[in-house]
Design a protein around this ligand. Structure first.
Ligand code: DGJ
Length: 446
């Protein structure tokens, strides 16, 4: 969008991200590949209506804060497993050292998650186009499992990781599986991701709760063959991995320090395109212990030195929601200076001179969706968004922050949509929010 100046200077977790074109970044179940000075982010392109395959997106960035939309690296196919009636999830790209080709792996499935396999697609250029090849074969047969990840070891060998802990070694050209490296050793254990530090491998994954969050955990081993030793949770118990699910761990090797970025998804079904967010957190790694001890709402990393700093949102001005006027409809004052409403179309508007505007809110088990519009001084809508105020583990946090805008007087309007996050799994069990509540805690202006 022309009105955005695109100069974020931190990784903000749990808020919608805008790309260089003013569109919401849709790249979930992601991984990142670095080439020269650029980081390429691959992930699921979503809609706000269903879990049907909508393609895999590719974005790039030189700082991990500002993302340029590159391509729909793998579009919806006209026919076959990844057509508009299929499911495609967790794309992971690796460059094959033997051929130089880029290979994208994914979970391909039917809409009800009944007939899964690990598929792959091939490209000459990192941004694609990736040409879908069908299932990845082991002894001529597809691997019929769902959640998957990849890991490339220091010697260039590529591996496919599967839920439960299966690990498969790829052939030299990365287009088939040569052997099974490790047999599944854990029940559930979805969203598998491995990283390595010194000579220790860390295997992260989640419990099996659909799009709902749970306390993710990890194992360590000195060999990918195992044995894998269960070490515990990644984040403090009960925080449900700070309301997220693992997808990838990105090592940043700077000249002074090496850090590991935990990349997780905070899903939001059905509005996965607009309201699912990214939870990217610095992971502390000491011996067998890894952790995300605190939730960093905003933090930055110097990619050349590797130094990280936790930062509060830029100084900006914060105003408690219960000190403000501008509420329409039925809003109730509550703890933590919140103003809350679950009345459909109730709204709150606030006008300020700013370059960035947003709000903190109380995400709660009965939270619903909030619609966001931002108007400029001419009254033109320059940005829209959707924010999910649901959290199984209740948290106050930044829920929305506009991109950096031209200096002007802006009006942000937050509207109760009267809709909520919900998901019915294969067995018909319902998960998600118990209400449509929107709780605003503070308005932030920068
Ligand atoms: C959990 C998986 O980790 C996600 O990728 C997705 O497949 C959901 N299940 C669907 O319920």
């Amino acid at each position: 969008m022309s009105s955005t100046a695109q100069k974020q200077n931190a990784i903000y977790s749990g808020v919608p991200w805008y790309d260089d074109q003013g569109n919401i970044v849709s790249a979930h179940g992601a991984n990142i590949v670095k080439e020269k000075d650029r980081y390429y982010l691959f992930g699921e392109r979503h809609t706000d209506t269903s879990n049907a395959f909508a393609g895999f997106n590719c974005y790039s960035s030189i700082d991990l804060y500002n993302w340029k939309f590159e391509s729909i690296a793998l579009p919806v196919q006209a026919t076959g497993k990844l057509d508009r009636n299929g499911v495609g999830e967790r794309p992971k790209v690796m460059q094959c050292p033997a051929t130089g080709e880029y290979i994208m792996y994914m979970h391909a499935d039917t809409m009800g998650y009944i007939i899964p396999y690990v598929g792959y697609a091939v490209a000459e250029k990192i941004t694609g186009p990736y040409i879908f090849q069908g299932p990845l074969l082991l002894n001529g047969k597809p691997v019929k499992k769902w959640d998957m990840g990849t890991f490339q070891d220091e010697d260039g060998t590529g591996y496919i990781l599967l839920h439960g802990g299966d690990i498969y070694k790829l052939s030299n050209d990365y287009k088939s599986i040569s052997e099974q490296t490790c047999k599944a050793f854990e029940k559930g254990f979805e969203s598998p991701a491995i990283f390595k530090k010194d000579s220790l491998y860390y295997f992260l994954g989640s419990d099996l709760t659909g799009w709902e969050r749970n306390d993710n955990y990890y194992f360590t081993a000195t060999s990918l063959n195992g044995p894998w030793t269960k070490r515990g949770l990644i984040a403090p118990p009960g925080t449900l991995t700070w309301n997220s699910q693992t997808t990838f761990v990105l090592p940043i090797k700077g000249s002074e320090e090496t850090h590991y970025i935990f990349m997780g998804d905070r899903w939001s079904f059905p509005k996965q395109a607009s309201a699912a967010t990214y939870i990217w957190q610095p992971l502390t790694v000491k011996g067998y212990d890894i952790a995300i001890p605190e939730y960093e709402g905003a933090w930055s990393i110097d990619l050349s030195t590797g130094r990280i700093s936790s930062q509060k949102i830029k100084p900006g001005k914060l105003i408690a929601a219960d000190k403000l006027n501008g509420y329409l409809g039925n809003w109730v004052q509550g703890a933590l200076s919140t103003m809350s409403s679950d009345e459909k179309n109730a709204s709150f508007s606030f006008t300020a001179k700013a370059t960035q505007i947003g709000f903190y809110g109380l995400a709660r088990p009965d939270g619903g969706y909030a619609g966001i519009t931002i108007k400029n001084s001419k009254g033109e809508i320059i940005l829209t968004g959707t924010v999910d105020m649901y959290a199984k583990y209740q948290m106050v946090g930044l829920k929305y922050l506009s991109p950096v805008l031209k200096k002007d007087t802006y009006t942000i309007t937050i509207t109760v949509l009267g809709e909520r996050w919900y998901w019915k799994n294969k067995k018909g069990d319902l998960s998600g929010s118990k209400g449509d509540m929107v709780s605003i805690a503070r308005i932030v202006m920068i």
